[in-house]
Write a protein that binds this ligand. Structure first.
Ligand code: IVH
Length: 705
């Protein structure tokens, strides 16, 4: 056998053994033999770079080549499922399907709802060519290199199995419980924050820039949705269940415990069985998915804007446990907001150890009349952070003291303030309180802000402790010799300095976001940047000018003004200008792309597929139009997505205003040319710092969990 033949032989053998081990759970050779073959292949491949194969089994071990993930558009949008929480909801869905099918018989395929992150895999001629995350459903991250390290995902399918030349298969990537627990133990040992749940761990792992890390962590994947371009393919049964059975034959690990049923009672039985049995599964599940089995019937039922009518998710009830409150501690966030945290006796809840839960704010504590040493009920639903949902007052000791909110900052001792109308307490010492200073720097360097990714929270901490940096502007004064203080860090010091230098090219909108102005999240920063166009105009804007911008209310305006009025901030901004950061909107944004919309007043309404609302606003401006907020006789047309409100529709009809669909609009401005600089904006405003409304019991995200 020549070396070339040996390479081909080993690749084929390793693909097969891999499948037996990771998908079938039925290996026929020892781990040692497997490793031996893998090493031999690695050596041979190193000697024969001309025989490179992107899908070789050696790709499973990963590499440390750092690269940004490329954003790609999904060929078919990745929709989510409507959720139901009880039997009545399930019955309602079942009856809707029945009505939709006009009494025709139908089968339902019941399967597990996996709690990981969704992935779409593309195969061409039997080879995995692309793996993309869900992203915003329309565009996702290309994580192919990382996904190739997941051993249960076939890189090359066995020939002759009748799969189509091109197909997509979707499923969920998960970190099995065992691997998750081991990972968290290791993290705790080395003083790193454990992951809150396997979903976060899987997501953090998949987004890692080092595919060797991904390979080591041991992710797994279950596939639950096959999409073939021709729709019905002669070799694939025209049924969901059958298509997954077929996918299994091609080498995929498919949803466990799938069952075809007909009646509502059978659905309930399936739900009840798995509600307890799921605890024995190796991976996290959070419900059951019900899908109409016939693909023909699925097509007949169709989709709403967000989800298929032919499928629904039933979410298991959140698990609840009772444990004892030991102590309330307080965290200080980047903006000085104080978050009380309940530290409890450790309990096992929904597969993870829980010992901390957010208490949100003073009103939340009061609403439970929380006392020291109370027995509290803790729940973990879909949310990441466990929450306290009640107190067992009957177990309260008679001399227990009520929990009282602190009056001074636990970090710097400053007296806390509570702003009228808001429920959070704040530490006002923003320039002298360490977590606030460090938090602001961490926010500044974050991926969505200045993207200085060679710096992380630990390095920020270190440089702050060493006195190298005490505000965001100081980052630009760092030098290689200063960071190479131990004489052995030249390479990483250089990398950091380069990344800081590189950040000077980050567009103005993100600089505005990076400043960390209270309540100015990504979207608001864009609105401000696009409206005021440069820092000088923005920093001198009045409340009136600020509130003129659609989407900017008085509270945000006041915060913007307060930020720039502060002398220390003003000095920081001056320094950032002098270091050469982008302080005005880029030419690309200002350029007029055409005048197709000149003189037109356009209202945007509904939910869109191709671009976000902000992108449409920008496109309207770039093509000479004006985006107006309400419909009047002056409105030229309404750019309407899905779910446009009925009152708007009525008004449009009454005034005879034309309704234009997304596609028609894009056509109007020149079809494919109509791209904006970022198509990634369909994110929610969740990341924005919204004020906590008085008495809101909504849990807020803590960095710590
Ligand atoms: S089917 C068009 N099946 O749940 C329908 N989804 O909100 C495609 N999920 O984003 C989805 N287990 O990540 C389907 N057995 C299963 C699932 C499942 C988990 C996830 C998926 C999706 C979310 C739905």
């Amino acid at each position: 056998m020549t070396e070339q033949e040996r390479i081909y032989y080993l690749r084929e053998q390793l693909h097969q053994h891999n499948h037996r081990y990771y998908v079938e759970n039925n290996p026929i050779i020892s781990d040692q033999e497997f490793d031996f073959m893998m090493h031999e292949l690695q050596d041979l491949e190193a000697r024969h770079p001309e025989l490179y194969d992107a899908n070789s089994p050696t790709m499973r071990v990963g590499s440390d080549i750092t690269k940004e993930f490329k954003q790609v558009s999904h060929k078919y949008p990745m929709l989510s499922l409507a959720n139901t929480y009880n039997e009545q909801d399930v019955e309602e869905w079942y009856n809707q399907v029945k009505r939709g099918l006009e009494g025709e018989d139908f089968e339902v395929c019941c399967e597990m709802k996996y709690d990981g992150l969704s992935i779409s895999l593309t195969y061409e001629e039997g080879r995995l060519t692309q793996a993309v995350t869900r992203g915003d459903g329309v565009h996702g991250d290309d994580v192919t290199t990382n996904v190739k390290t997941i051993r249960s995902i076939p890189l090359v399918l066995q020939p002759g199995l009748g799969y189509p030349a091109n197909f997509e298969i979707r499923g969920e990537i998960l970190l099995p419980w065992d691997n998750f627990n081991r990972l968290n133990e290791e993290r705790e040992e080395i003083g790193e924050q454990p992951f809150a749940n396997p979903r976060n761990a899987a997501s953090g792992t998949l987004k890692s820039q080092d595919s060797r890390v991904v390979a080591e962590r041991g992710l797994d994947a279950y596939l639950y949705y096959l999409i073939t371009p021709q729709g019905e393919n002669s070799d694939i049964p025209p049924y969901h269940y059958g298509s997954l059975e077929t996918s299994k034959k091609w080498g995929f690990k498919v949803s466990e415990g799938m069952k075809k049923v007909k009646t509502l009672q059978e659905i309930y039985d399936f739900i009840n069985y798995w509600d307890t049995e799921r605890k024995n599964l190796p991976v996290a599940t959070d419900g059951i998915v019900l899908k109409v089995n016939s693909l023909r019937q699925q097509r007949h039922l169709g989709f709403t804007a967000k989800s298929p009518r032919w499928a629904i998710a039933y979410k298991f009830k959140a698990e609840r446990v009772c444990t004892r409150l030991q102590e309330v501690t307080y965290q200080v966030g980047r903006t000085g907001a104080i978050t009380p945290v309940a530290n409890m006796e450790t309990v096992q809840l929904a597969g993870t150890k829980v010992r901390r839960a957010t208490l949100n704010n003073e009103d939340f504590i009061r609403s439970f009349n929380l006392h020291e040493g109370d027995w509290v009920y803790v729940e973990k639903g879909g949310e990441i952070i466990p929450k306290i949902v009640g107190v067992d007052e009957s177990r309260r000791e008679s001399n227990a003291k009520p929990v009282t909110f602190i009056t001074h900052c636990p970090e710097c001792g400053a007296e806390l303030r509570r702003i009228e109308g808001e429920s959070a307490h704040y530490c006002p010492n923003d320039t002298g309180c360490p977590p606030q200073i460090k938090g602001r720097i961490e926010h500044f360097i974050a991926r969505k802000a200045m993207n200085i990714d060679s710096l992380g929270p630990e390095t920020v901490d270190l440089y702050y402790e060493k006195g190298f940096i005490s505000n965001i502007a100081d980052l630009y004064t760092l030098t290689v010799p200063q960071l190479n203080y131990e004489g052995s860090r030249e390479k990483s010091a250089r990398k950091i300095i380069n990344a800081i230098e590189e950040s000077k090219k980050v567009p103005f909108e993100r600089v505005v976001f990076a400043l960390g102005i209270r309540m100015v999240g990504e979207t608001t920063a864009k609105l401000l940047a696009r409206h005021f166009k440069d820092i000088e105009t923005l920093r001198h804007a009045t409340v009136e000018q600020l509130t003129e911008v659609e989407g900017i209310g008085e509270i945000i305006a006041v915060n913007v003004i307060a930020y720039f009025k502060d002398e220390k901030n003003a000095e920081i901004v001056n320094r950032l200008i002098s270091y050469g950061l982008q302080m005005s909107i880029s030419k690309e944004m200002m350029t007029n792309k055409g005048n197709a919309l000149e003189g037109k007043n356009i209202v945007i309404s509904g939910v869109f597929t191709h671009h976000s609302r902000d992108e449409y606003k920008l496109l309207i401006e770039q093509y000479g139009g004006k985006n107006v907020s309400s419909i009047s006789s002056k409105t030229t047309f309404i750019l309407a997505g899905d779910n446009m409100g009925p009152s708007k529709l009525q008004k449009a009809e009454k005034l005879g205003v034309q309704i234009v669909s997304e596609e028609e609009f894009l056509e109007m401005i020149g079809g494919d040319n109509a791209t904006t600089e970022s198509s990634q904006e369909q994110q929610t405003e969740a990341a924005e710092e919204q004020p906590q409304k008085k008495s809101s019991n909504k849990p807020i995200q803590l960095e710590l969990f």
